[in-house]
Design a protein around this ligand. Sequence first.
Ligand code: SAH
Length: 366
Amino acid sequence: MSERENIKNYAPDALRARLQKDGLPGFRAAQITRWLYARGVEDWDAMSDLGLDLRRELARRFETRALETGEVQRATDGVIKTQLRARDGAVLESVAIPERGRTTLCLSTQVGCPLACSFCATGALGFTRNLSSAEIIDQMCRMRELLPAGQRITNVVFMGMGEPLLNLPGLLPALDTLLHPQAFGLAPRRITVSTAGVARRIPELLEQAPVNLAVSLHAANDALRDELVPLNRRFPLAQLFATLRALPQLSRRHPVFFEYTLMAGVNDSVEDARALARLLAGLPSKLNVIPMNEHEDAPYRAPTPQVMDRFLAELSRAGVVCTLRRPRGADIEAACGQLALRPSPSPPPPSPAGARQGQEPGTTRR
Ligand code: SAH
């Protein structure tokens, strides 16, 4: 069969125009949207409130799936990391993080990542390509199938593989679909887009979608940040912070979030904390401190609990709103910066309590 277009590349409002372009009834877009996203149905034949002829036409022109589920790993703390395979064989990873009262999905926007941050396992993979909007949004559909019945996805963070702001053409329609009431209907504040600091694209993102912005900071001076986040050489701290300070969308109620991965002997001193506090002064912000998640591609280590406490105490004293992010899914390398397409350690060690579940085979369909 000839290459069909993927219908999930079109955000709900764009779908209407796309259908009309082919002489199809655009007003059916709302029904199609509800089937695809609200109900999770991907079989054209099952969309029973569309006429038979229309269903045939749609099936001839559009495919509805972009990703197939590959290896599923379940951590002892309930985190699920899944490898998803695109049509061209490219593989990416998504993570579901259940917490009390909510489930957060951590989505990827690229296969690999071009930024090569020195402490990040995804960076060590190199860059393959951008994900399409359909591939970005299909992570929601595939991951949802793996959750226990009744567990809904309540939050989405773009903190998986890749740099979201280097793929705005893929990201923006996917954000529309997440926000659209007939699709996933998530409130804007339940979505967070994280960037390593592509300053030039930040205003555009927030003009297009009123989501939360997170910036991966990791250093309060250019010399160190150049080393950890090489993108800093293109967008140094002065430029990044001038951009952030000029954003009209930020307020005390809607702060910018910062991620700061704490690495022993690298960026964890009291002086580092003070420099960080000076950098953030007056900017509505919240800082998430993440202990370095150790992996084989980088030499960095997490500081001791005492050093982390000292760092956070110094920040609090200086008036910075900050929290320590507990690593999740670390036993299956699903934590921040550990998405590197590694197979699960096999076979999993026998666990007398049966706490650890093994791999799950293949595709799960509803
Ligand atoms: N490229 C975007 C999206 C990725 S988010 C960005 O950089 O923001 C992934 C987050 O995990 C980033 O804050 C990243 O800096 C952080 N991270 C990467 N490797 C890590 C590691 N080994 N330990 C802890 N955090 C890490």
